[in-house]
Design a binder for this molecule. Structure first.
Ligand SMILES: Nc1ncnc2c1ncn2[C@@H]1O[C@H](COP(=O)(O)OP(=O)(O)OP(=O)(O)O)[C@@H](O)[C@H]1O
Length: 262
């Protein structure tokens, strides 16, 4: 289970970032800091998929980076299967598989070598690693390119390699930041099927997306962040009810609009 309560993160602004007094000021901006995440909470139980939604710049990536120990929160609590992520980041890291938009592959290594390298970093032995990589190559339909150098892979091939790398150690929970962005329909299908398989195995999955059809296909639970604040947490049915529409895009827009009136 993943539990996030009252998360906050602010970034010190450099001179270049400071805003001209004539510009529209974001409510998250104060004199020297940008309050990227102001108050975010959600939870995701065993066997559930949680979809994290929010407009561009809402704070989703910052939140997921805190969840995965890549960033230290200024405030708030994150627990993963009982482990306090802030107090025990090394232990937590073993439990999490994190796909971030920004991690690169080693261009001169093949897809397979990239994944194996991360498996070894996680302390996996040769036999376990071989079985696991073969399993992932099959599930993610990677066999046609695993021996190609990463620098020669297409966007979709790279993304599959990144996903395999993130979960090579069979983590207890999986966190994916925009896993289908830039992918074609077939590759997106493979990624969706991969998330469905994780869910069937009981692994909690949190993923951020701008594609509401994926939310419909995959999620029990939805969390919406706007301007660094959680503005909705609930089931998919509650999302439609609160957003006053069975059409997810419309429900999402209504929820955002409702918050901006508060
Ligand atoms: N290191 C940083 N310094 C200053 N501001 C930052 C930093 N990192 C993120 N931000 C700001 O925090 C806000 C939230 O960014 P974040 O990347 O978390 O948004 P997001 O919801 O993932 O957006 P998108 O959907 O566009 O990927 C943005 O306004 C961004 O410019």
């Amino acid at each position: 289970m993943i539990e996030v309560v009252g998360l906050k993160k602010r970034f010190k602004l450099t001179k270049d970032h400071k805003i001209d007094k004539h510009e529209d000021i974001d409510p998250r901006q104060d004199s020297d800091y940008f309050n990227s995440v102001r108050d975010v909470s959600f939870h995701c139980e065993k066997g559930e998929v949680l979809g994290l939604l929010g407009p561009n710049g809402a704070g989703k990536t910052t939140t997921l980076r805190m969840l995965s120990t890549a960033l230290l929160p200024d405030n708030g609590k994150i627990h993963i299967n009982g482990v306090d992520v802030v107090k025990s980041p090394l232990l937590a890291r073993k439990k999490i598989g994190f796909l971030s938009g920004s991690t690169g592959l080693y261009g001169r290594l093949t897809a397979k070598e990239n994944i194996e390298y991360f498996g070894r970093l996680h302390g996996m032995n040769k036999k376990t690693l071989k079985n696991r990589t073969e399993e992932l190559f099959e599930i993610l339909d990677m066999n046609s390119f695993v021996h190609k150098r990463a620098e020669h892979l297409s966007t979709g091939m790279k993304q599959k390699t990144n996903i395999a790398r993130a979960v090579v150690h069979s983590p207890e929970v999986v966190v994916l930041d925009e896993p289908t962005t830039g992918l074609d329909i077939m590759t997106t299908q493979t990624v969706i099927k991969f998330i469905q398989d994780l869910k069937a195995q009981g692994t909690p999955v949190i993923f951020s997306t701008h594609h509401l059809d994926e939310i419909d296909l995959l999620c029990e639970r939805v969390s919406v962040i706007n301007e660094g604040l959680s503005c909705f947490n609930g089931t998919l049915a509650e999302f439609k009810e609160t957003g006053k529409s069975q059409v997810l895009n419309q429900a999402f827009l209504n929820i955002l609009q409702e918050q901006s009136h508060v």
